[in-house]
Design a protein around this ligand. Sequence first.
Ligand code: ADP
Ligand code: ASP
Ligand code: MG
Length: 408
Amino acid sequence: MKIVVMKFGGTSVADISRIKNVASIINNNYKKYKLVIVLSAMAGVTNNLQKLIDQVDHPPSKENDLVLTSGEQVSVGLLSMMLNKMKIKSMPLLGWQVPIITDSSYEKAKILNINKDNILKYFIAYDVVVLAGFQGINTEGKITSIGRGGSDTTAVAIASSLKAERCDIFTDVEGVYSSDPNIVKNAKKIDKISYEEMLEMSSMGAKVLHPRSVELAMKNNLTLQVLSSLTNHEGTFIVNEKKLIEKEVVSGVSYSKNESKITISGIPDKPGIAAKIFRILSKSSINIDMIVQNISQDGITANLTFTVQTRDMSISKKLLEKNREKIHYKQISTDSEVAKISIIGVGMMSQSGVAEKMFQTLADQKINILAISTSEIKISVLIEEKYTNNAVKSLHSAYRLGTNSINK
Ligand code: ADP
Ligand code: ASP
Ligand code: MG
């Protein structure tokens, strides 16, 4: 029998009636496939756990991950109870019981290995395996979490390791849209999208899929489907680019409010300074995203502006302040009220004027661009956060991505 992995996100297990709905989807499929079900915590639970941690103000650690991953234990237990009552034999499993081995970077651990035989063996005596997403165990035996939204990655990692037929990601929207359907009302559902575009969309903030899940699916050539747990419609398939007939110039607009801007002003304008600054940050596993450097008013020193994830902002500032003597800067300022807006499309590679249209559209809305970064298939700009919705909607309409526009 073929294996299918189904992942249900927080809203799909938000309460007992939603969990019942998940059980009925399983009921319709478990005789056709060996089903491995991966669950998130019930909606809002992980956010509340994070708020408790914030009140203690504790850096990423084994304790934080112990707290953060507790929500998944509850949803897994509840669904398994429900299945047992329906006479579907279910084996509930937490990450450490598989085990899903990760590295030790708490709150953003990477999955290193999955003991797949320990999952498969349960199909001898059980109908389905229900597994907690988001969690693993490191080689020191400590519970880890793999980053917010990470249950998608658990599901894809399991599906890849079991060589599953497909991995279905059930969520609260009917698939991947040209932009967040909760902001852009006429956003269009995409039937098929390439791994590359999806990876850029997720990395640029479209939280419908955890970026690492897309990366892993691409690496393993695993068919991924995003679909709603509440309707019976086909979702969006994430596939190899070669399978796509039409290559849109721009297929989506993403946004991320999790960015913060750090400006270091008055740094010596000489070789090696940027390397020094970024080495200090990378040693603490802080990822830098957009970077702009310009000569300051005195013509001798320079200003360096870059973005980090908001959760890394205060630690970045502290690290730079600690190294003030080494860098010789005048001042550091931070701003978390910024957002990154990105347009993504594989067709961009062979089309000119795409960036110009983006900048003009924002200019027409009187939205100032604070930083720019590009790759072959995306252009991102940093703007003031308050303009996010306006920017996303204007760009979505400028590139005619909506349901009521004729796509170019
Ligand atoms: P789950 O709890 O099921 O993992 P998430 O909240 O993580 O669900 O992801 C689904 C949400 O992603 C949607 O409700 C939607 O607001 C948001 N989203 C952002 N960009 C997109 C997009 N391009 N297509 C679909 N959904 C998107
Ligand atoms: N429960 C975790 C979170 O809310 C993981 C997930 O849902 O994917 O981030
Ligand atoms: Mg999610």
